[in-house]
Write a protein that binds this ligand. Sequence first.
Ligand SMILES: C[S@@+](CC[C@H](N)C(=O)[O-])C[C@H]1O[C@@H](n2cnc3c(N)ncnc32)[C@H](O)[C@@H]1O
Length: 347
Amino acid sequence: MSGVEELNENANGLTPSTVQMLEFHNGLSMAHILSVIAEIGVADQVTDGPLGVEELAKRTGTNADALYRVLRAVASKGVFAEVSPRTFGLTPLAATLRSNVDGSMRDVFRLQGQLCMLDAYAAIGHSVRTGEPAFEHVHGTTLFSYLTARPELSELFSSAMGNSARQIQRPVIDAYDLSDVRRLIDIGGAHGHLVAAILSRYPTMKGVVFDLPHVVPGAAGVLAKAGVADRAEMVGGDYLRAVPAQGDAYTISHVLHQVSDAEAVTVLTNIRKVMAPAGRVLVVDPVIPEGDLPHPGKFMDITMLMLTQGRDRTKAELVDLFEQADLRHVETVALSAPSSIVVAMAA
Ligand SMILES: C[S@@+](CC[C@H](N)C(=O)[O-])C[C@H]1O[C@@H](n2cnc3c(N)ncnc32)[C@H](O)[C@@H]1O
């Protein structure tokens, strides 16, 4: 029997379920490899054209043979292409790992590869057994106090979030008309990407980026680059205590899913107490469909389980939070992105 026949026979001997489960099993190494490829910056090196692995190893301070093996593995999934033997070039998937490009995923993967995150993932059994965040179990403190004590990591976190914000901001802005809003306040606005994009679209609107005091100064550059700094304020604070007043619209993007139900009601109540009459709250979060339907929010929810006291919620769960904060659900706008806009007003 030739080698090829043996391979076929083995392949035929595997059930589709086994093949699928092996694929899931390999997902762990795929995620780790992508993190390291993002960290060493391979995609930036081949922006101007393909490079041989020896040159890539020299430029990235890595071992050429090991680098070849990891690139060969991810190229088999369409991330980079081996354009000639041991020479790799960009593909559309690999291009997302470049820095400073619209839609860059580089910092998202770099963040995932940080030891503090990997340690938390490794302790997911603790979360499953107790319902408590593995991150707090491993590091003895909450995610955000851990980040506050580590400025470089906090910067990487905000940059990764900013990049995902850029991914979701277009669908949000396209899907929801804000032309009657005079003052928009973005709660947990990180580096101001959403405010910058919305103010660019509506030339008379004023905006506020509200986030933790050490985070919010990072918005200055983004607002200036968008040419909206003269219409934007940056306010530092704690959304569990108070939020800026008199907004006609409060966006709160990927924030409620990182806090417990009780904290979410506190944040929503803090908004409701100070918003302008007829003001609106626009929650931008995944809305988990009922049943077994596939939805990326179902995996984002596991990240929330490990890292925070939060969770990704169904529409019914969000409506229940609104009601506890004396708000009423007005509409839900499904976006093409993993998240939707769920709108509420004072009850
Ligand atoms: C997951 S990020 C979301 C950022 C951005 N809105 C987005 O959609 O990408 C959550 C943000 O909440 C901020 N945050 C965490 N705790 C906070 C608090 N107690 N008060 C105000 N902001 C807080 C974090 O600094 C972070 O920028």
